[in-house]
Design a protein around this ligand. Structure first.
Ligand code: ADE
Length: 307
């Protein structure tokens, strides 16, 4: 691997600083542009492939943190899995590069930005909520069938492409993000565990597929309601609400969706709905259209609306 000299161990010294001319070009291949996102262990930049002009997102991760967490083998495994994932609703890992200090994940660029930036402006109709949920489950089911679990589904991992279709990002890599955080808890960027399944909070050990389904339930609720089902400014109070699993739906939620949400947000992982049951549920299947992705993706077909 070629090396770029970066004493700070970063592409850019700090989020707000202007990069130097050298720092702007990664391995002579990508022109690095503006910061797209910033987390505890990684920064994501927009970049342009100098030869093809293609836009990409580059996620820069500290090797030191990976080493400290004893996760080198895990990272290598996740990378090899990510490289093999190819699905219309998953951000593709295009290549991985490294310097002495950092690993750079070159990702497909999702032009539409975060889905939840759109929800923040209101809420989605039940049909639109269903459409995004179908796309999300299509991606989740595809990955589960390959033994890959997201384990950290949350708003900033749901992006939109230029056609306003969903792209889940960080599949397989986000587990790494959580494990290398000092307190070992799952967090969103702003530190809220609002999307985390009760069994994860209880630190009892968990099934990766079941916790992804719970997070999908929270996401569906937020799409339809415009706010979280379990929320409080006091974290302990929020935890208690998550453990209890009691939530109320807004008046516009249909009885069918309420029933479906109660199956997703079942605090008992052994009775919680599975992905296979989700794709056979009448609420989920409404307006379902088959789209051929690639021959081996047919198991988890998804639908899009014509409008
Ligand atoms: N933010 C984080 N990852 C991204 C991506 N792949 N495309 C656009 N914005 C992002």
């Amino acid at each position: 691997m070629p090396e770029i000299k970066d004493d700070s161990g970063d592409i850019l010294p700090a989020a707000a600083e202007i990069p130097t001319a050298m720092e702007q070009v990664l391995f002579g291949k990508y022109e690095v542009g503006k910061l797209l996102g910033y987390g505890a262990f990684a920064k994501v930049y927009h970049a342009r492939n100098l030869r093809t002009g293609q836009s990409v997102a580059i996620k820069s991760v500290s090797k030191q943190k990976v080493l400290k967490g004893g996760l080198t083998a895990h990272v290598k495994r996740e990378i090899s899995i990510m490289r093999r994932l190819g699905h219309p609703h998953i951000v593709r890992l295009l290549e991985v590069m490294a310097t002495k200090r950092r690993i750079y994940f070159v990702l497909e660029f999702a032009k539409g930005g975060e889905l939840f930036a759109k929800v923040a402006k209101g809420r989605f109709s039940e049909d639109l909520s269903r459409r995004y949920f179908q796309q999300l489950i299509s991606a989740i089911g595809y990955c589960h069938s390959r033994g890959v679990f997201h384990r950290d589904l949350k708003p900033e991992n749901l992006l939109l492409d230029e056609n306003w279709d969903l792209k889940v990002t960080d599949f397989g890599l986000s587990a790494l993000a959580d494990q290398i955080r000092p307190d070992g808890l799952l967090h969103t960027l702003c530190g809220t565990p609002a999307y985390v399944a009760p069994e994860v909070l209880a630190k009892k050990g968990y099934d990766g597929a079941k916790i992804d389904v719970w997070s999908c339930g929270i996401i569906l609720y937020v799409l339809n309601a415009g706010y979280l089902p379990f929320n409080d400014t006091n974290l302990m109070v929020m935890y208690r609400k998550i453990y209890k699993g009691e939530f109320r739906c807004p008046k516009w939620t249909s009885p069918e969706l309420k029933r479906f949400l109660s199956r997703l947000l079942d605090t008992n992982p052994s009775t919680r709905i599975t992905v296979e049951q989700i794709i056979n549920d009448p609420w989920f299947k409404k307006d379902y259209k088959h789209i051929q992705t690639s021959s081996d993706d047919l198991l988890f077909d998804f639908k899009v609306d014509d409008d």
